[in-house]
Structures are given as C-alpha cells and as structure tokens.
Design a protein around this ligand. Structure first.
Ligand SMILES: *[C@@H]1O[C@H](CO)[C@@H](O)[C@H](O)[C@H]1NC(C)=O
Length: 143
C-alpha cells in the first residue's frame, strides 16, 4: 500500500523503503486511485491529476523538470530510481523534458480509454495495472 505514496504523494516517512513490492498490482492501483481521487467521487478529474504532481514542483514554477521529479523520488524512495525515469518518460507525453498542463492533459487522455472525458476508477486501475506489468523489469515485481 505504501508504494502509492512513493509514486505520487509526498510521504517522508517512507524514506527508508528500499524494497519495492507493487503486487498485487490491482490493489496498488486501487490505493493509488483513492489517493488521487481526493473528492472521492470514483472518478479522477484533471484537477485531481494535476494536484497529485504538485509535490514534485519544488521550485513552484508550475512545471516539473526531470531533475525535479527524479531528485524528489531519490530523496523519498531511492529504490524507485529506475522506475521514476520510466514514469517521467510516460508523463512527458510531448517529450520536452518539462511536465506541464499540456502533459497532464495528454496523460489524462491516455487513461481515459473510452474517450468520454472522464477517467473512472476502472479505467485508472486498469491503466496502472498494465503499466506496472510493463515496467516490471524496473521495479522487480514482487520480492
Ligand atoms: C485483485 O485481483 C484479484 C485476482 O484477480 C482479485 O481476487 C481481487 O479481488 C482484486 N482486488 C481488487 C482490490 O480489485
């Protein structure tokens, strides 16, 4: 469960975490969803998605550089270093090395698999389950 925080949310208490175990992926994805769905309406909207990235914007300029993102992950959960780079590449949809509104919107679109403008809990969880499987070589799966 704590892995959720390692990925998106600031939780300094997890600094000591060296072991990454994201399995079962559907449960990790479900907990991640609950963290992002702050108004608890069973959908993630764009504002919620954007808000989940705010901790990484350490200089507060509204954009997250790869350096900001990976430095943050390294400081809070060093075991996720390889995963952090892969996630950044996914988030940085336009590949300009800055995460901004444009990228959040694009990433939102990737998760909105039925293209109805809303990312439901099912869509979010399925997306992240697939992502965790795809990136298994970077987080080692369950150990
Ligand atoms: C996760 O998947 C397992 C196996 O399919 C299932 O038994 C379990 O209920 C699922 N858990 C959640 C939270 O969806």
């Amino acid at each position: 469960m704590s892995i959720v925080y390692l990925i998106l949310i600031c939780l300094p208490a997890l600094t000591m975490a060296q072991n990454v175990n994201l399995k079962p992926y559907n449960v990790t994805a479900a907990v991640l969803f609950l963290q992002v769905d702050t108004n608890m309406n069973n959908n993630v909207d764009k504002t919620e998605l954007h808000a989940s990235f705010l901790s990484y914007d350490t200089d507060g300029d509204g954009r997250i550089t790869r350096h900001e993102y990976t430095t943050y992950v390294d400081a809070h959960s060093p075991a996720l270093h390889p995963l952090s780079h892969a996630l950044y590449d996914i988030y940085d949809v336009d590949g300009d090395h800055h995460l901004d509104e444009h990228d959040f919107d694009n990433f939102y679109g990737l998760m909105d698999t039925d293209n109805n403008g809303i990312v439901s809990d099912d869509e979010f969880i399925k997306y992240w389950e697939i992502l965790f499987v795809d990136l298994e070589h970077l987080h080692g799966g369950g150990r």
